[in-house]
Design a protein around this ligand. Structure first.
Ligand code: COA
Length: 260
């Protein structure tokens, strides 16, 4: 399928989604959210795609937030619908069953930071700037930022970022655990690709269940989370890939995982 505001490429098990609205610094309008929803469904059912990378077109921006032209027209009910729709698309990304890596190549502001937060892993260029500047526009995070940033980095960090609206550097994002690694701008995509390929080489069912257990951990007590882990672990033990992975180790050869 052809997209207007996204580029989508597949290579060696890795699907790369590039937000492409260069004149608006890749800001997310309704159409780009709809396209993201479609591309996620395309990737979800595609056995050739094991991991997604999300990045922004050009050198300046990952995604500079929700489209402020559209936001400026919002009234209460429309605003609620917009927030719920964006949240649902990001939730779909988060629970896709395939891991996602945000390759934050520039500004990740508002909805852009929230998009990165909905990914499994965040990598940043040294030139990236991250922030939740909504309060400067008279609004607040609406695509999950108040919830995911708090869970990832704690309420102190979430309050500081969401209440001051200040942008932070990639180095600061690294220090507070908002991104996992920082790279030189020219090395970011290769690093994201290398990480994605490592994940794609592992057993798909095991990767999926490990991510699911991690994803649900915040909503569960420790005992509930451990019970879920044991159940998913037992399901891995029922997979052909578990036989293959353990056998390949014992036979000192590379495993050939089938996702079964
Ligand atoms: N929605 C719509 N358009 C946006 C946008 C957004 N979120 N962010 C940037 N743009 C547009 C600008 O309006 C400008 O368009 P123009 O060339 O037609 O005037 C273009 O992208 C370039 O942005 P500009 O502001 O000129 O670049 P800059 O280098 O001076 O500043 C930013 C870059 C990212 C700091 C600045 O654009 C900005 O603060 N954007 C808004 C970020 C934001 O508040 N996001 C959260 C929204 S909820």
């Amino acid at each position: 399928m052809a997209y207007e505001f996204l580029l989508y490429q597949k290579q060696e098990g890795v699907g790369t989604v590039t937000f492409h609205r260069p004149k608006e610094l890749n800001a997310l309008n309704r159409r780009s959210l709809e396209e993201l929803e479609s591309v996620l469904e395309e990737a979800r059912v595609d056995d050739q795609v094991r991991v997604l990378i999300l990045t922004g077109s050009g050198e300046k921006a990952f995604v500079a937030g929700a489209d402020i032209n559209e936001l400026a027209q919002q009234r209460p009910l429309g605003g609620r619908d917009t927030a719920l729709y964006g949240q649902s698309v990001f939730r779909r990304l988060e629970t896709l069953g395939k891991p996602s890596i945000a390759a934050i190549n520039g500004y990740a502001l508002g909805g852009g930071c929230e998009l990165a937060l909905a990914c499994s892993i965040r990598l940043a260029s040294r030139a990236a700037k991250l922030g939740q500047p909504e309060v400067r526009l008279g609004i607040m995070p609406g695509y999950g930022g108040s919830q995911r940033l708090t869970r990832l980095c704690g309420p102190g960090v979430a309050n500081e970022m969401c209440l001051t609206g200040e942008m932070i550097t990639a180095e600061e994002a690294l220090r507070i655990g908002l991104v996992n690694h920082v790279y030189e701008p020219g090395e970011l995509l290769a690093a994201a690709g290398a990480m994605a390929k490592k994940i794609a080489a592992n057993a798909p069912i095991a990767v999926r269940f490990a991510a699911e257990a991690i994803g649900r951990s915040g909503d569960l007590t420790l005992d509930e989370g451990l019970a879920l882990e044991a159940t998913l672990f037992s399901l891995c033990c029922a997979s052909e890939d578990m036989r293959e992975g353990t056998q390949a180790f014992l036979e000192k050869r590379a495993a050939r995982f089938q996702g079964k």
